[in-house]
Design a protein around this ligand. Structure first.
Ligand SMILES: Cc1cc2nc3c(=O)[nH]c(=O)nc-3n(C[C@H](O)[C@H](O)[C@H](O)COP(=O)(O)OP(=O)(O)OC[C@H]3O[C@@H](n4cnc5c(N)ncnc54)[C@H](O)[C@@H]3O)c2cc1C
Length: 303
């Protein structure tokens, strides 16, 4: 069993992503008696559930993804690991900790394991270049910077509506909502909705961000983008990646102190057994990192 966290926003290790890699990492941290939480996105175990049949995972000759996900859930329960249905949009290193931004809450951890699966989302031209310069994926982190100003909110999924509403209502931002999905929208009065307007380009112009749309352009102070997943590069500044995969060493270390990565997000082969193995290595290394840091702190600055 893992150590229960005294404060529900602070953990020794936070695991981001609820597939086989994240589950393995969380169980292995808990097994070492450290407090751990799994932040699993809105639909935890979403991807593995889609596998109709997994024929090559040792010990299970005929498991479906559903069955494996159910077994993972039972295992996490057994180890008292909380599975929190929040998508992480940003991680910021601070003194001796990592600050992890969910959609509702802000969490703190001594170490983080990224297990977010493979990143497949399309990007708008210019999006990547403007991250931190007008493009944001995190209302909780950046909403207040644009209070009283204008923002475009581009959302690939209906879940973005709640975030856009928060941006308008909690932070007083003048929001234009661009849904890139079909269906009705539920947004507060005052939020302008531009349906069927697919942005083709984002660029900085005269201190603003110009959103190129078929027919008209929007001139805004910020562009918030809501997707099911977040590219490794935008999740954490300084994380080395090839755009889709996080670069790691043999110990699943990323190069950012205290941050490890495991599973499909580190590269091919996209396979369950590989994800589980890397999750374990990442967890043990994260625990080792915490232990080393505690020892160094106890020895003092002159040691
Ligand atoms: C149809 C299908 C068939 C497959 N068949 C096989 C097979 O036969 N054998 C085999 O070994 N493998 C198979 N796979 C591949 C296997 O499912 C993956 O390799 C495995 O799930 C990878 O595990 P992972 O933990 O790295 O990532 P994933 O299982 O992708 O889990 C990542 C999780 O993290 C969540 N997440 C992403 N970003 C965030 C964020 N920012 N915050 C919070 N949560 C986030 C996602 O929602 C997702 O649930 C199959 C996959 C599919 C889709």
């Amino acid at each position: 069993m893992g150590e229960p966290a005294a404060d529900l926003s602070r953990y020794d290790v936070i695991v981001v992503g609820s597939g086989p890699a994240g589950v393995s990492a969380a169980i292995n941290v808990a097994n070492r008696k450290r407090s751990v939480a799994l932040l699993g996105g809105q639909a935890p175990f979403g991807r593995i559930r889609k596998a109709p049949w997994i024929a090559n995972y040792p010990g299970f000759t005929s498991a479906s993804g559903e069955e494996l996900a159910a077994a993972f859930e039972r295992h996490l329960e057994e180890f008292d690991v909380p599975v929190i249905g929040e998508k992480v949009s940003k991680i910021i290193p601070d003194v001796d900790e990592l600050v992890v931004f969910g959609e509702r809450e802000v969490y703190h951890a001594g170490a983080v394991v990224l297990a977010t699966g493979v990143y497949r989302e399309a990007e708008i031209e210019g999006e990547e270049d403007l991250v931190g310069q007008g493009v944001s994926y995190c209302v909780t982190c950046d909403g207040r910077l644009f209070a009283g100003r204008r923002a475009a909110f581009i959302s690939y999924v209906p879940e973005g509506e709640e975030e856009a509403a928060a941006l308008a209502e909690d932070f007083g931002v003048d929001v234009t909502y661009l849904p890139l999905y079909q269906g009705d929208h539920r947004l507060p009065e005052g939020v302008r909705v531009l349906s069927g307007a697919r942005p083709t380009r984002l660029a900085r112009a005269d201190g603003h961000v110009r959103v190129s749309l078929p027919g008209e352009d929007l001139q805004v102070d910020a562009v918030f983008i809501y997707k099911n997943s977040v590219s490794p590069r935008t999740l954490l500044e300084g994380l080395a990646s090839d755009g889709r995969h996080v670069t790691v060493g043999r110990r699943m270390e990323t190069g950012v102190p205290g941050v490890y990565a495991a599973g499909d997000c580190t590269g091919e082969p996209y396979q369950t057994a590989k994800a589980v193995g890397e999750g374990q290595v990442a967890a043990l290394e994260a625990v080792r990192f915490l232990r080393k840091r505690t020892r160094a702190a106890a020895a003092g600055p002159d040691a």
